[in-house]
Design a protein around this ligand. Structure first.
Ligand code: FAD
Length: 320
């Protein structure tokens, strides 16, 4: 690990006026500093800032420094969010890791995490060995020739499905950005992962009120082992069903794309359809449209469709 200067700003204003990497739980930042993937000269410990609180009213507001475990355990949090959190990492990590840090965790691509290898995300223009290399874990959607790394956050998938927003603050002022607009697909510039400006802080996450998500939502995560593992594929689903028909739907996928992937075409196919296995399979058949599988990850195309169906069946169990 390289030497760095550590300070702890006393206010949000002081934090965004400073120059350095924000430290919350440190479970990504310190990990990547130990690997020399990140080498900040200055680290700003933000844990003393008042970015806390889980408020449930007309929707949900969560402070960026709330820990994953506390948010998962809160009774007012929609099941799709708490399940996504509980299926993430381990209890010890969830006790440390913050909501803001979770949304800004970096990809788990092994080439990105190994400084002996080229990586366009880490060193623009150096190449992407994953395209022709070991790519079983990599993305099939939203990829470019320059990067095929998946987005690793489970929480972000649930939040994208629910139209969540992040509140951002910088020295220039505050702004609110929809999470669907927050992340950037790699395209020509994989090193630019989101729209966050230099020195900009996530202060909170806001989820609009969606009564039926409290009743009928879930997160299904398929992985190589049942705990402490990143997703091969995941699906976040919230469904409004009345009289055996789908009135409204929110669906997003993880583990298969370079950003948390909203499945708008699946939602469209679900609206008005009967809540049956057959119509769920029909809707899920378009989930992987546009996918560009690599040599090692073609299985993700059918896995994505099956994962979406499983999540839809799970939320309608007992009402079909
Ligand atoms: C072994 C292991 C397994 C894991 N498994 C999973 C998993 O299955 N699913 C999953 O979703 N995640 C998983 N994770 C990732 C874990 O959830 C993240 O490391 C954690 O959420 C990051 O939060 P943190 O507070 O520790 O962030 P930090 O490490 O402190 O920060 C992460 C990044 O965000 C920046 N940052 C932090 N807070 C803010 C803020 N408020 N505003 C702006 N920038 C900020 C930091 O500068 C840094 O770049 C795993 C991690 C490990 C180590």
């Amino acid at each position: 690990m390289r030497q760095f200067e550590l300070s702890a700003p006393a206010s949000v204003e002081a934090a965004v006026a400073g120059d350095g990497a924000f430290l919350a739980g440190g479970t990504t930042l310190v990990d990547l500093m130990k690997l020399d993937v990140l080498t900040p000269a200055r680290v700003l410990d933000i844990n003393g800032l008042s970015l806390h609180g889980i408020d449930v009213g007309d929707g949900l507001r969560v402070g960026a420094l709330e820990r994953m475990s506390d948010v998962a355990a809160h009774p007012g949090v929609y099941p799709v969010i708490s399940r996504a959190l509980l299926l993430s990492a381990s209890q010890q990590l969830r006790n440390m890791a913050s909501i803001g840090g979770n949304l800004l965790q970096r990809t788990r691509c092994t080439y990105f995490r190994d400084v002996a290898m080229p990586c366009n995300r880490r060193e623009p223009g150096s190449g992407c060995p994953a395209v022709a290399g070991a790519n079983r874990m990599h993305a099939v959607l939203g990829t470019s020739e320059h990067c095929v790394a998946t987005h690793a956050s489970d929480l972000a998938v649930a939040l994208v499905a629910l139209d969540a927003e992040v509140r951002l603050v910088s020295a220039a002022g505050g702004r609110t950005v929809a999470l669907t607009d927050f992340y950037r697909q790699p395209g020509e510039s994989p090193e630019v992962e989101n729209v966050l400006r230099d020195g900009e802080l996530i202060t909170e996450v806001r989820v609009p009120g969606l009564d039926w998500a409290a009743e009928r939502s879930t997160y299904v995560k398929v992985r190589d082992r049942q705990s402490y593992e990143f997703a091969l594929c995941s699906a976040a689903v919230a469904l409004d069903v009345e009289g055996g028909r789908v009135v409204d739907a929110r669906v997003a996928a993880g583990g298969v794309a370079t950003v948390p992937w909203r499945l708008g075409a699946v939602e469209e196919a679900l609206r008005g359809a009967p809540a049956t296995v057959e119509s769920f399979e029909r809707a899920a058949s378009v989930a992987a449209d546009g996918a560009r599988p690599l040599a090692g990850n073609g299985f993700k195309v059918s896995l994505l469709k099956r994962t979406v169906v499983r999540a839809l069946l799970e939320v309608t169990e007992g009402s079909r």
